[in-house]
Design a protein around this ligand. Structure first.
Ligand SMILES: [Zn+2]
Length: 473
């Protein structure tokens, strides 16, 4: 698609034209308008169902976290303190201890788990929270990086490392399945390098998605926290031999940046293109031509609307008096998945015109078959968007760049440099050098790389890992 700055401009215009969000006087804090929020609700419903199927329950923890909680885990406070907003007074009085607006809830939850976990019978403890969190970002981009955002954070405690690691992987797999099947976004799952790890984690795993400008978005993360938070918050249990042990904990999260990702992966020059499973409007019905003189047209469309609603399809009938061109444009901007047009002549012939948002061609459909065709087309479009996104990603993934010089050349020669799969010796210095010289950062060490690399892209010594490198949001 477009170059980097053009792409950002396109993105900002697209989300506003589609009325997904609006800015507020608080910098970095956006409002989710109903269509934007509804996309989140569909993501939320799919995730929540899977969390519950795998034994998790939802709970809610306070948004304000005492400063002393952050001091208990050294890496955690180092990682998060630059971004924390603080509450320092209330009711006109300074607080004895300042309170952070949570950036994530390991500390508060660690405190409570230490009260709730006493014996192996209390384990595993499998909770999730749907909440808002705050990270005071210097550079913000609606949905993708904002000072306040919505997310879910799962927090679990287990008897041993093996179970905790199984949980970490299970939740990453759920994220991958939902992002691919619901959002039609292909992702690579893998391990984060130490420098990109969650502050306080032993291991962080991620799923990474490619946007249409070739940049990466970390679409979800799952962390094995070892006993670090258990030691910091004294979460101990009595095992079957009456011995005290620290629990092994995990945490995992996905956020409203998934909304931004879905727009950046599927959108086009006309506006939003949304996978039908999350589109607030799956079908828009539109009378065309001189329909005011033919009341039977609106009657027919109302009948179709009713039949689609019965099938659970999200449908809108646009019978406003604007021109057809205006309406086409409006619903394309908003990403309605299918458009059904009905004019006097087609009505007489017992047929309608159906058009999918992501395709140029229209098809003529017999009125008697319309409902079945719509159901099929929604499924076909859902699958087609994933195929298209995978095609784009694969076309912009490069696996034959093996030195920094080659990478620099590639960046200069290619409008969308995309991702590169390269070897890495494991040294933080090499990782840093690649970042400084190219702005490419390590995304993850994929579980299932297309090829294994043998030399480090930076020092050209023996590689320890095969890594995806990319510019990232
Ligand atoms: Zn190296």
């Amino acid at each position: 698609m477009q170059q980097e700055n053009e792409f950002t401009k396109w993105y900002l215009k697209t989300i506003q034209d589609a009325e997904l969000m609006d800015y507020t006087p608080v910098r970095g804090c956006i409002t989710f308008r109903p269509d934007g929020y509804e996309i989140w609700e569909h993501i939320q419903a799919a995730m929540d169902q899977r969390f519950k199927e795998t034994g998790h329950r939802n709970a809610y923890f306070p948004m304000l976290i005492p400063e002393s909680f952050f001091q208990k885990e050294k890496d955690h406070i180092e990682g998060f303190s630059p971004e924390l907003p603080w509450v320092t007074e209330a009711a006109g009085e300074p607080l004895e201890e300042r309170l952070a607006l949570r950036p994530t809830s390991e500390t508060m939850i660690g405190h409570l788990y230490s009260k709730w976990v006493k014996s192996y019978r209390d384990l595993p403890l499998l909770l999730n929270q749907w909440a808002n969190v705050f990270r005071w970002e210097k550079k913000t981009l609606p949905f993708i990086r904002t000072s306040e955002f919505l997310w879910q954070e799962g927090h679990t405690a287990h008897e041993n490392e093996e179970e905790a690691r199984q949980e970490t992987m299970q939740m990453l797999a759920i994220y991958k399945e939902v992002v691919e099947n619901l959002l039609a976004i292909p992702v690579y799952d893998g391990t984060k390098t130490a420098s990109e790890r969650f502050a306080g984690a032993v291991d962080t795993f991620s799923i990474e998605a490619m946007m249409k400008d070739g940049k990466a978005v970390q679409a979800g993360t799952s962390h094995y926290l070892g006993t670090k938070f258990a030691e910091a918050f004294d979460i101990k249990y009595l095992n079957r031999n009456n011995e005290h042990h620290y629990v092994h904990t995990t945490s995992w999260g996905t956020s409203t940046r998934l909304i931004g990702s879905v727009i950046m992966v599927h959108g086009d020059e006309k506006g939003l293109v949304l996978p039908p499973k999350i589109a607030p409007t799956q079908v828009v019905l539109m009378p065309v031509g001189p329909f005011k003189k033919h009341p039977e047209i609106l009657e027919k469309l109302e009948e179709i609307q009713q039949a689609l609603k019965v099938k659970g399809i999200r449908v809108k009938l646009d019978d406003t008096d604007q021109t057809a061109g205006f309406k086409f444009n409006k619903w394309e901007q908003k990403g309605a998945a299918l458009r059904v047009e009905l004019g006097p002549r087609d009505y007489q012939n017992g047929q309608v015109i159906v058009k999918a948002r992501d395709e140029e061609d229209k098809q003529t459909v017999n009125l008697a078959q319309l409902i079945t065709v719509i159901e099929e087309e929604l499924e076909v479009m859902q699958a087609r968007l994933l195929t298209k996104a995978r095609g784009f990603r694969d076309a912009h993934s490069h696996i034959t760049i093996d030195s920094l010089a080659q990478l620099q050349q590639h960046i200069e020669a290619t409008p969308i440099p995309g991702w590169i799969l390269a070897g890495w010796c494991g040294s933080a210095d090499c990782e840093q050098k690649v970042k400084e010289q190219t702005k490419f950062t390590t995304r993850n060490i994929p579980f299932d790389p297309p090829v294994q690399k043998t030399t480090c892209i930076c020092c050209e010594q023996q590689a320890q890992h095969t890594v995806w490198f990319a510019r990232a949001y």
